[in-house]
Design a protein around this ligand. Structure first.
Ligand code: FAD
Length: 432
């Protein structure tokens, strides 16, 4: 194929995208600031660096959504999965890797590929055509400005996400649908607390252990959005007049509640709900412990925990198509964490997807998006689906299209979802 394209950023997503296209005959110019300079989180001269944990999360596709996503990626032909298998270290049910060897393996594959030309240097402006931008959560300032200008300012610089729970795990003896002042619908679920429960919740929130931020994160994050625990520390009543205010909500006898946490529908399927106004910097285990004090959330399944950290990401529903291309210029694609997927594996997966869709377009075909029964498809739907409060999303079973029949047992349900997803990805691959 006589086509030349640019991939900007050789991290998890860029490496996958460049390799996928190069393997299929596309000439790729792969740009990265490495090894001449580094973002504040990177330090290895090799590409595809795992900046923090060396774990790519759970292995088993039938019980772990990230395991399922990894299996989907293998079917689609993933370089990072190949590298992970070769450089794996024992980690129980997780796929962990020796990070230096992992990065080195991927870098060698890229550098030795006849269709890939590596170019070291900072790309400062968004190219005008046939490119994939995969510069990650710490995209350099100049390129960020250019992206922001092209996307009408729709670029965020930090995450302030509230936890998301699955609807099926809520205790409906202790919560109910409806919005304030008698407005119905299933957009909100209300979780009341009495005085004792409220005070116990606030006290636990204040004393819970917080996640440690990196030096480059501390300033910006709390300027934009106050964590729930900081607001709670301002006085025991503060949340009752803000995030947990009970106004406009009454019990069956017309009495007002002491405090109410509202959950808002996170996806059109209504399988996931976010805890409104509960952006938090608590450690994940602490989030589970503290929020379970709220009766409706006693056994809540957390599909995603709240995070507050430095993260450059697009308001993708406004800017991107489900094939990861720009709405304003469909020859320019984005991939990786900058699109609003979260995590190493999810970022790498989006790199493959962007590459698949670009190749289809280069061949004059309309890209087909994997459907919502697959983790790949559900993440694509997340980035492009309508969402007034778009926040990054990781792989989880809650974002998948529900099964046609109800399976109450979680283990069996996950296994059935996984089986359906893998069949669907195989069929998708056949059609490419
Ligand atoms: C501090 C920190 C800790 C994290 N810990 C974890 C974790 O433990 N587990 C997890 O799953 N996820 C973690 N993440 C998220 C993780 O970084 C991403 O999921 C993943 O690396 C994103 O992949 P990516 O390809 O989008 O970006 P990256 O892997 O960051 O790759 C982006 C590449 O683009 C290059 N680049 C940036 N700007 C330019 C430019 N203008 N021109 C050319 N090149 C450029 C960078 O040098 C880099 O090589 C963490 C993120 C941060 C910031």
């Amino acid at each position: 194929m006589n086509k030349k394209i640019k991939v900007i950023g050789a991290g998890l997503a860029g490496a996958e995208a460049a390799y996928y296209l190069a393997e299929r005959g596309v000439s790729v110019e792969l740009y990265d600031i490495k090894p001449e300079s580094f973002t504040p989180a990177h330090s290895d001269k090799n590409f595809c660096e795992l900046v923090c944990s060396n774990s790519l999360k759970g292995k088993d596709p039938y019980s772990n959504a990230c395991g399922l996503l990894k299996e989907e990626m293998r079917i689609l032909g993933s370089l990072t999965m190949e590298a992970a298998e070769i450089t794996a270290v024992p980690a129980g049910g997780a796929l962990a890797v020796e990070r230096e060897r992992f990065a080195e393996y991927v870098t060698q594959k890229l550098k030795s590929h006849k269709n890939i030309k590596i170019i070291c240097g900072e790309v400062e402006t968004v190219p005008e055509e046939w490119s994939i931008i995969a510069t990650g959560p710490l995209t350099t300032d100049k390129l960020s400005q250019s992206i922001s200008a092209i996307c009408g300012g729709q670029l965020h610089f930090y995450d302030a996400s509230a936890p998301i729970v699955s609807r099926e795990s809520l205790d409906f003896d202790h919560c109910f649908f409806g919005d304030r002042y008698g407005k119905g619908g299933d957009d909100y679920i209300n979780c009341p607390l009495d005085k004792e429960q409220y005070e116990s919740f606030v006290n636990s929130l204040i004393s819970a252990e917080k996640a440690v931020l990196h030096d480059f994160e501390k300033r910006e994050i709390f300027e934009g959005c106050m964590p729930l625990e900081i607001m709670a520390a301002r006085g025991v009543e503060s949340l009752r007049f803000a995030n947990l205010k009970p106004v406009g909500l009454k019990d069956k006898n017309g009495n007002r509640f002491y405090a109410v946490l509202q959950l808002r529908k996170e996806n059109p399927l209504g399988t996931a709900y976010n805890l409104v106004g509960c952006q938090t910097n608590l450690k994940w285990g602490e989030q589970k412990r503290v929020f379970s004090i709220i009766p409706a959330l006693k056994n809540a399944e957390f599909l995603r925990y709240g995070v507050m950290h430095r993260n450059t990401f697009l308001n993708s529903p406004d800017c991107l198509n489900a094939d990861f291309s720009l709405k304003s210029n469909p020859t320019v694609f984005f991939a990786g964490q900058i699109t609003g997927v979260e995590g190493y594996v999810e970022s790498a997966a989006s790199g493959i997807l962007a590459a698949i869709h670009m190749l289809e377009k280069l061949n004059g075909r309309q890209p087909a998006i994997p459907d919502g029964t697959t983790v790949c498809g559900a993440l694509s739907a997340h980035i492009a689906g309508e969402n007034e409060d778009f926040q990054p999303m990781n792989a989880n079973f809650g974002v998948l299209k529900p099964l046609d029949k109800i399976i109450k047992d979680k283990k069996q349900r996950y296994a059935a979802l996984a089986q359906r997803a893998l069949e669907s990805v195989r069929a998708y691959k056949e059609k490419l």
